[in-house]
Design a protein around this ligand. Structure first.
Ligand SMILES: [Fe+2]
Length: 630
């Protein structure tokens, strides 16, 4: 049945709105790429569009693919641009080039019995792809050239030309193999605060098992001789994961993840460091040289600057995977933070980290993308649905958003100062701040282990010295007028606030941050749905309520809001961005929301508060007292 244009538009908008909840849902939409046969699913991992398990092989002698140069990273670089020339006798819009790593991607790499009639002929997804007609003359001439940016991720590469579109691919030509000079090289360091304030952890990835080389960090203060600290090594195998595609077409050997603990740091001191592996003959394979500033002592009065956002994901700088349609703001956010890195002390990426969704290779791509940030300032992550959720795996929500990862990737690739990384809640102090990071993918309600943690984290901070108390979770446990939460009527995860709001109020939590909804929203200081103050930009005096902020616009496709803003919603914006907090001293805090596109401030307020304001009784915040005798 034909539908008028207005009806089609309305249907599209309704579907778009339904998809805008930040979870795993999505709608089919035409891609902005140049291909007429190309379409993408908003919010869907692009690699999942490839029906690689259905692929057939029909090598065509008239088709060819060539990649150059053959040797990458000869000066120790961990990224390289590669030129791929290809030709096909019957060019069509559905042709595409897939990048495979390792280069040998035939049935011999399938788990279990392979090569049988019923088994797939290719059982691992490419790490990225481009449509052949991104090369403009391909349709006319049958010849094309594409540029790919590769990163060092432990294995060699080959490029394969497929016809038949993404969903029913037929392999017609495979390129020569290319490789990095040292595929095992230590790469992509990421810093995180340790369990104590004067400990920095360095985590990185390499191809060196502990049997082959000893991982360590060489580090020291500026102008002082270096010391060496050994690193631990962990990895995981296919059986550690919970389901498809992580265990099947999305599987890729993760290599080895190393973490060293640099301890007894001097507050605010600049340190340099270099990761390395000592081979049995005493030779050392070095990573790059970096530096970081040690964290301040808890309660130390000095300038402290914090960046918080969620839901960033990754995108490919070479236009692969549908021209970044998956997380369109990711590179902007990354690059804007890199530009301002001299003015950032610590970063919180509060869940929905890579959106790999079970395609393991994407974690390497993400760690490479954010390396300029993570190698210089602590990068603290929280767990989201795209890291953790999987049915019958202990996650609070039974969705499939992790693509079978069930938390293993997030818990392995990044260090967090949790007691048990499978329970992703932790506290961390940064000078005058305390952060209580919750795990919204595990039950947080009263009576649970996590509730006890949150209560203890909030209760044990000395507000004289650490006045700025911040609560963080991935899903919105506080307030959001995002379309999805508004449609549910709770304006948050159901039952979330009932369990937590008395804790926030009793312990005078200043700020609470969430992701999951891909937009920006800031509330008034609110308690039990009511604004404690009509003020919008200069807060002072007693903490009558907590200011909640949704900062889910890190990079993934944006989410819309309910038509009408609830009374507690002070500012909302459907754009990519992040929040930066600046603590000047014990009484002054600056809050800024900056857009990723230009780094400019589009919402801000200040808080001026003295210790007596934190002690002051407000609604439901103090135990009963006996009035003074008259
Ligand atoms: Fe999420």
């Amino acid at each position: 049945m034909a539908m008028p244009l207005g009806g089609i538009l309305l249907l599209f908008l309704v579907l778009l709105a339904a998809a805008a909840a930040g979870g795993g849902g999505g709608v089919w939409a035409f891609s902005s790429s140049s291909s007429s046969s190309s379409y993408s699913r908003i919010g869907e991992q692009p690699l999942s569009l490839i029906g690689i398990h259905r692929a057939t092989v029909g090598i065509d002698a008239a088709a060819s693919v060539q990649a150059s140069p053959r040797l990458l990273g000869v000066k120790g670089e961990d990224t390289a641009w590669v030129t791929v020339d290809f030709a096909a006798p019957h060019a069509s819009d559905g042709d595409w080039i897939g990048v495979f790593s390792p280069s040998n991607f035939n049935a011999s790499t399938c788990p279990g019995p392979s090569g049988s009639d019923s088994g797939p002929v290719i059982c691992s997804a490419p790490i990225k792809y481009q449509l052949a007609n991104y090369s403009s003359d391909y349709g006319k001439t049958g010849k094309g050239t594409l540029k790919f940016q590769l990163i060092n991720q432990r294995q060699d590469f080959s490029f394969a030309l497929f016809t038949g579109g993404l969903s029913n691919p037929k392999l017609i030509a495979v390129s020569n193999k290319i490789a990095f000079a040292n595929p095992k090289a230590p790469v992509y360091p990421r810093l995180a605060q340790g369990k104590s304030w004067n400990e920095m952890t360095v985590t990185w990835t390499s191809g060196y098992d502990i049997k082959e080389a000893y991982p360590f960090v060489e580090w020291g203060m500026k102008w002082s001789p270096p010391t060496r600290t050994a690193a631990g090594t962990i990895t995981f195998d296919r059986e550690s994961l919970c389901g498809e595609p992580a265990r099947t077409v999305g599987w890729r050997d993760p290599g080895f993840i190393h973490t060293a603990f640099l301890t007894d740091l001097w507050p605010n001191k600049e340190y340099y460091y270099k990761i390395g592996h000592m081979l049995p003959d005493g030779k050392i394979v070095w990573g790059k040289f970096y530096s970081f500033k040690a964290p301040p002592f808890p309660g130390q009065k000095s300038l402290q600057r914090v960046v918080i956002f969620g839901d960033m994901g990754k995108a490919e700088r070479d236009g692969s995977n549908e021209y970044s349609n998956y997380q369109p703001g990711s590179l902007n956010t990354t690059d804007t933070l890199i530009k301002d890195l001299d003015n950032i002390d610590i970063v919180f990426h509060i869940g929905d980290i890579t959106y790999a969704n079970g395609y393991i290779s994407q974690w390497d791509q993400f760690t490479q993308q954010v390396e300029p940030i993570t190698a210089r300032v602590p990068y603290m992550i929280a767990s989201g649905n795209h890291e953790r959720d999987w049915p019958n795996s202990g996650s609070f929500f039974n969705g499939t958003d992790s693509g079978g990862e069930c938390g293993v990737l997030a818990e392995t690739m990044y260090y967090t100062p949790t007691e048990n990384r499978a329970n992703y809640w932790y506290k961390t102090d940064y000078g005058m701040f305390r952060f209580c990071v919750a795990d919204s993918e595990h039950d947080w309600r009263e009576g649970t282990e996590q509730y006890a943690f949150i209560e203890s984290c909030l209760a044990t901070v000395d507000r004289k010295k650490q006045p700025w108390l911040v609560f963080i979770a991935h899903r919105v446990l506080g307030y959001s007028s995002g379309f999805f939460y508004g449609a549910g009527g709770a304006f948050a995860e159901p039952t979330a606030r009932q369990s937590l709001q008395r804790l926030w109020q009793r312990h005078r939590v200043d700020l609470a941050f969430y992701g999951h909804v891909h937009n920006y929203e800031r509330t008034c200081p609110v308690y039990d749905g009511r604004c404690a103050s009509p003020e919008r930009s200069r807060y002072s005096g007693a903490v009558g309520g907590t200011i909640h902020a949704v900062v889910g616009g890190g990079g993934s496709h944006l989410s819309n809001f309910t038509a009408e803003a609830p009374p507690w919603s002070v500012y909302r914006e459907m754009d990519y961005g992040f929040v930066k907090l600046t603590a000047f001293n014990y009484t002054s805090l600056l809050y800024e929301y900056r857009r990723s596109s230009d780094g400019e401030v589009h919402d801000s307020f200040t808080v001026h508060r003295e210790y007596r304001d934190v002690l002051a009784c407000v609604a439901d915040s103090c135990p009963p007292t006996i009035p003074p005798a008259t």
